[in-house]
Design a protein around this ligand. Structure first.
Ligand code: FES
Length: 618
């Protein structure tokens, strides 16, 4: 088989799945649905030599495109020698992963500490032993400390020390390791992880100074088993060995990140003593290899909600042989420790004022409250804000349209990530575009895309086309050859997808505000967390009714606030206690069961009418 776009020849047995064949050659296509023929992202061009198109292909690609040779790689098997062309839009791309978040000042107090001991032959009057070391520790440590086997082995190899200083590494009262010498010679390191459904970010910290030394981020390799938590739970509970595959994938990713930061800094794995991680409840269970079937049915009880600490080697994570893995507590079956991390790092739980934190990722998590009370909800916003289920949607990777404006003459200006030719549109670009189209009266309040005849501006009217029995707006027109760009449309269906997504968030905010009994105008500050929240323009989000109109409320993008929460827990035991209290205190509101949900959801579907002062009517 000839892969034209890569000038590569592949030899694969007859009947090999095309997506797997390409992956085995290092050519990774997008596969947001996990290769089940649902997302349509793995399109290739291949005229013959494959199994005939199946039902999924007919449904997703359509007969017309199939005639042109378009196929879904995940649904096709190779039958004979053929040529395959891979459009750039089908290639998996490096996501612009949001890694930074704010780390407010905190007092350094990690769980791993260094204890210096002075050894003198006079005071010892014997060879070095555990008892001799313990006798040199402070009174508290002297009574309660105990060694690990690894420590004793180190000690036996260094037992001839008669004079000088020793540094012992202590986690609580457990003596993990030792080194001859003292002072700054021995370094303690720890890592914080944000394990997201789509991306995993790891941060390496010096536990003696608190400084961040390095970070690394990769796509969560579990995406090959499905883009969302539901398909992963399905894989874990129904595929033979599915749970194991998912656990291996995430642990492999953590080890890859550890390797990467070790390589960048020259720090050895064995010098990393602890990992603190946050993630949603499904990611938490899959990491631990816990069957997530409880999360699929009422009352959606996680196997464990409390913070959980265990030896990292138990799940095969390569750090110090006695290193610990600490998982922050979960809130519920639908709300994980990533939300605890957001609250911890924004300080929402300590403020007297009522603040709102919104983290829009594959799902939307919302927390509203202050130091007295916090309520939270998880909104099934769907993947539209991440470019999923949008015809030309794509994640926030190079080439994605992430911003759009229409000038007074009706000319379109677009912005793409990394300034590359446009390949598709990501969530923030879609919100911008819809906001501009509402302003230009190309979309009415119900979300209907107007046709050519109904649009006043001639430039804009000329961009309206009819395709697949629906109206569509030509956002970008192809120039040059097909690898440099393509027509990018916003279709009526895309607008509907966005309406569904934004109304879920809208309804969540309304219900939480109602529960706590506060008018929206009285919310003091809104924290927008996560990649989408960080890049979306607040005014566009308000304009389309994703966010309510806030007159004086400050809207602050807080970056990867979940990751910042994990870092805080790594660096401070006090923050871990705070995290435990947050998880206990947050009242989780199940939106679907709330009596106002249907009403608010339907209300939130509409696009608001803007008033002169910028407020809106929703
Ligand atoms: S349709 Fe092929 S991976 Fe989703």
């Amino acid at each position: 088989m000839r892969i034209q776009s890569f000038e590569k020849d592949l030899n694969v047995p007859k009947g090999t799945n095309l997506l797997s064949a390409l992956a085995s050659a290092g050519i990774h296509l997008r596969n947001e649905c996990g290769g089940v023929g649902r997302c349509g992202k793995c399109r290739v061009l291949c005229a013959d030599g494959l199994t005939p198109p199946n039902e999924s292909e007919m449904k997703i690609i359509g007969a017309k495109n199939i005639q042109k040779g378009v196929r879904l790689a995940c649904q096709s098997k190779v039958l004979k020698s053929t040529e395959v062309h891979i459009p750039q839009t089908s290639m998996e791309r490096r996501i612009k992963i949001l890694v930074e978040g704010s780390l407010k000042e905190l007092k350094l107090n990690p769980s791993v500490k260094k204890k210096e001991i002075r050894i003198s032959s006079q005071s010892l009057k014997r060879d070095l032993s555990w008892e001799a070391i313990r006798s040199q520790m402070g009174s508290k440590n002297r009574l309660e400390s105990y060694p690990t086997l690894h420590f004793l082995k180190q000690l036996s190899e260094n037992g001839n020390i008669k004079e000088g200083r020793l540094s012992c590494i202590l986690m609580s009262q457990r003596c993990l390791d030792m080194e001859k010498g003292a002072g700054t010679g021995y370094h303690l390191y720890g890592m914080a992880f944000d394990i997201g459904t789509t991306t995993i970010v790891g941060y390496l910290h010096d536990l003696t100074s608190g400084n961040q030394l390095s970070l690394s981020a990769i796509m969560n390799p579990q995406t090959k088993f499905g883009g969302d938590v539901v398909s992963r739970i399905l894989h874990a509970t129904s595929a033979p060995n599915g749970l194991r595959e998912l656990q291996d994938a995430v642990i492999g990713a953590l080890n890859e990140i550890i390797q990467e930061v070790s390589k960048k800094t020259g720090i050895l794995n064995k010098q990393i003593y602890e990992i603190c991680a946050v993630g949603n409840t499904t990611m938490h269970h899959l990491l631990l290899g816990l069957c997530p079937s409880n999360l699929t049915h009422f009352p959606y009880t996680p196997t464990i909600r409390e913070a959980f600490s265990f030896p990292a080697k138990e799940i095969g994570v390569s750090i110090h042989p006695d290193g610990q893995f600490y998982l922050l507590p979960l809130i519920s079956g639908f709300m994980g420790s990533d939300t605890v991390g957001v609250v911890l790092s924004t300080g929402l739980h300590k403020s007297k004022h009522v603040n709102l934190a919104i983290d829009i990722g594959t799902n939307g998590e919302i927390v509203l409250g202050n130091c007295d009370r916090m309520v939270a909800a998880s909104c099934a916003a769907g993947p539209a804000f991440e470019g999923g289920q949008i015809q030309y949607g794509m994640p926030g990777t190079s080439g994605a349209i992430d911003g759009m404006a229409i000038d007074s003459r009706g000319q379109i200006r677009i912005h793409t990530i990394d300034g590359l030719p446009p390949l598709g549109i990501c969530g923030s670009g879609l919100v911008d575009a819809i906001s501009e189209m509402i302003r230009e009266r190309m979309i009415n309040q119900d979300g209907r895309l107007l046709n050519k005849e109904e649009i006043g501006n001639r430039n804009l009217a000329s961009r309206m086309i009819r395709t697949d029995s629906q109206e569509a707006f030509l956002l970008y027109q192809e120039k040059g050859n097909r690898n440099q760009g393509q027509n990018i449309l916003i279709t009526q269906k895309d607008v509907r997808q966005l309406q569904l997504a934004k109304s879920a968030i809208w309804a969540g905010i309304q219900i939480l505000a109602g529960t706590i009994g506060i008018p929206l105008m009285e919310i003091n500050e809104v924290f927008l967390a996560g990649a989408f929240g960080n890049y979306v323009k607040p005014e566009s989000a308000i304009h389309i009714g994703l966010l309510p109109y806030f007159k004086k409320t400050k809207i602050t993008p807080v970056g990867n606030a979940a990751g910042s929460g994990a870092k805080m827990a790594l660096l401070s035991l006090k923050k871990r206690e705070e995290a435990n209290r947050i998880a206990q205190k947050i009242e989780y509101i199940e939106l679907a069961k709330h009596s106002d949900f249907q009403n608010e959801y339907i209300k939130g579907m509409a696009f608001p009418l803007l008033k002169r002062d910028g407020s809106h009517s929703l």
